[in-house]
Design a protein around this ligand. Structure first.
Ligand code: F6R
Length: 610
């Protein structure tokens, strides 16, 4: 996900572009850049890093007075974040910004090289810019050039283009990536999202696919592929900037939970090739990992909780021992690492200081490291021997949600890959689970999301609790640990997660009349045991919210005061919809209490200090 802005009109474009990019920074923030029509050509300023870095470079560029320009804030997909890979990408004839993924960029590069083009960056976008350039050279028609290029591109895109020899005009086109177009009283705008235009106008056009928009500062024209001018209906916004940036959701956390099905599809689908797990990482796809005797998963917080589930699944499917550790402990504990061990680091940000230190500690001892990271080009990703990226897109809310779900999905695929290598599962068995992951996980998570209102109604009954307990067994207990963290960090309710068999060893003394207990029951072979635990707390007066799978609720009498049925999914995959319900519960408790859900007290999104 990246952010695009463009402005052409009577004002200086630079401050308008920067202002627009600020509202789009949630779409990506690893680098940013602008291109401005200036004199007879185009001037470009771009830089790796947050938008502030670009803004400070532009402070000393009072010479950039042009009223027509395009800008971009990037979330890397092809090529790490760097000045070179930042957008806009340009030729002597044009500059182009892009949001999306061009699947056949390698093919296009080959074709362009035959035409004499060379390349400076690793981005798919540079290939697109040069493709448009090729057809502009050939046709001298800015609209036709874009149509001809688009006809050869496979994948998704939203493009903004300015030409060196066409003053004051911006061209735009899109497929499967968002782009809006607007005309204000002092100029025309293109943008990836509504917040970027709200300072200028509340009226906009949602650019249709297969149409090129031409903005000249005074009006917007739309052309179909026959180059005929066509009409598009204008729409009105009645949101404020902040609401619009969240896509209409009251908080980023809710938006990000709602994005889980999409993030899961994007992460899982490319990793299943010919029905089997495939990571696009040479070592991982060969039998390299068969030589590992033990696995250590090291991470912090929610990422570490994903690791706990990873341990259960890897040990269950591949029968390889896994040790999960908190990074801040691992780094100072002098852990036993054997030559043939593998250290897996999990991190959304890839910048967590303790995780990075643990990675360096393992590497210093010659241990092979594999990172599972969301932010491309982040420190953990750069320093690990191999990296698998999760494709959750930027996560803004401090409480991690969609990043956890996609981390789980990678760990499942990794476990399946290992099970094949270890011979603990047949190819057919692995294929069957892969097919279910693709079909059932996003669908079940969608159904869990559809239960959001019901979860909110139940949350009302628990929001005033002072203490709360989560109980479960096996993988349900692993999920309790994450559910409990989610609740305490954003609702400030003290909560504890217990393996339900542990209750009688102490905790049960805390259960008195009305104490809330959330009981997870989705694992059949321990179901009856969990039910005994539920009965124990109920007989001490607990109010129990049962979160259980439909099949187990049908088969057993699971006692409860309130109940949420987890959308039906193969039992192995039950953590996915279950955690979505736990995230929604924590979210609604915090929102009902009126707290700042996205920025809970004392917490930061990326913990880059010890
Ligand atoms: C909790 C949360 C934190 C992070 C932890 C690690 O909701 O977000 O516990 O999971 O700080 O962060 P990353 O994954 O960026 O290394």
């Amino acid at each position: 996900m990246c952010g695009i802005i463009g402005y052409t009109g009577s004002q200086r474009s630079v401050p308008i572009l920067i202002d627009g990019l600020r509202t789009l920074e949630y779409r990506g923030y690893d680098s940013a850049g602008i291109a401005v029509r200036q004199g007879d050509g185009i001037s470009i300023v771009k830089a790796k890093g947050r938008l502030d870095r670009l803004a400070s470079l532009l402070d000393s560029r009072a010479d950039l007075t042009g009223g027509c320009g395009i800008g971009h804030t990037r979330w890397a997909t092809h090529g790490e974040p760097s000045d070179r890979n930042s957008h806009p990408h340009a030729t002597e004839r044009l500059a182009l910004v892009h949001n999306g993924i061009i699947e056949n960029y390698a093919e296009l590069e080959e074709m362009l090289r035959l035409q004499g083009y060379t390349f400076d960056s690793e981005t798919d976008t540079e290939r697109a810019a040069k493709l448009v350039d090729l057809y502009y050279r050939e046709t001298s028609d800015p609209v036709k050039a874009i149509f001809k290029a688009a006809a050869l591109i496979r994948g998704s895109y939203a493009f903004g283009v300015i030409y060196a020899d066409i003053p004051n005009k911006i061209y735009a086109m899109r497929r499967d990536s968002p782009l809006i177009v607007a005309q204000s009283k002092d100029g025309g705008l293109i943008a990836s999202d509504i917040p970027a235009i709200l300072r200028h106008t509340h009226s906009y056009y949602r650019l249709q696919e297969g149409v090129v928009a031409e903005l000249n500062g005074e009006c917007v024209k739309f052309y179909d592929s026959n180059l005929h001018s066509i009409d598009q209906p204008a729409e009105q916004v009645d949101w404020d900037v902040e609401q619009a940036q969240k896509g209409g959701y009251p908080h980023f956390m809710l938006k990000e939970i709602f994005e889980e099905p999409d993030s899961l599809r994007k992460t899982i689908a490319p990793r299943i090739v010919d029905g089997l797990p495939h990571f696009g990482v040479e070592q991982l796809d060969g039998d390299f990992f068969a030589r590992f005797e033990g696995i250590h998963i090291i991470a912090c917080g929610t990422a570490m909780h994903a690791g706990i589930i990873g341990k259960s699944i890897i040990e269950k499917l591949a029968r390889v021992p896994v040790n999960v550790e908190i990074a801040s402990e691992f780094r100072y504990r002098d852990p036993i690492l054997r030559k043939n061990d593998l250290v897996i680091l999990i991190s959304q940000s890839g910048e967590t200081a303790d995780t990075l230190a643990a990675l360096r500690h393992a590497k210093a001892q010659g241990i092979y490291t594999l990172a599972i990271v969301n932010v491309i080009g982040s420190s953990v990703a750069r320093e690990a021997d191999s990296v698998i990226y999760t494709w959750a897109g930027p996560e803004i809310a401090v409480a991690s949600t969609k990043a956890y779900s996609v981390q789980l999905s990678i760990l499942y695929l990794f476990a399946l890959r290992l099970a094949l290598l270890e011979g603990t599962m047949t190819e057919d068995e692995v294929r069957a689970v892969c097919a279910r992951m693709l079909e059932e996980i996003p669908a079940a998570v969608e159904k869990a999301i559809a239960m959001s209102d019901r979860v909110r109604d139940i949350a009302r009954a628990y929001m005033n609790a002072e203490h709360l307990f989560y109980i479960g067994r096996n993988v349900d207990y692993d999920l309790c640990v994450e559910g409990s963290l989610k609740l305490k960090e954003i609702s400030y309710i003290h909560s504890e997660a217990y393996a339900s068999g542990e209750l009688k060893h102490g905790t049960i003394s805390l259960i008195t009349d009305g104490v809330p207990v959330i009981a997870l029951t989705t694992i059949s072979h321990v179901c009856e045991k969990t039910i005994s635990g539920i009965r124990e707390v109920i007989s001490r007066g607990a109010r129990v919210l049962s979160i259980c799978s439909e099949s187990l609720a049908d088969k057993y009498q699971i006692p409860y005061s309130d109940q949420l049925i987890v959308p039906e999914v193969d039992e192995l995959l039950s953590p996915f919809p279950t955690v979505t319900l736990l995230q929604l519960f924590a979210y609604h408790v915090s929102a009902l209490k009126g707290y700042d859900v996205d920025k809970p007290r004392n917490l930061a999104k990326s913990v880059t200090v010890e």
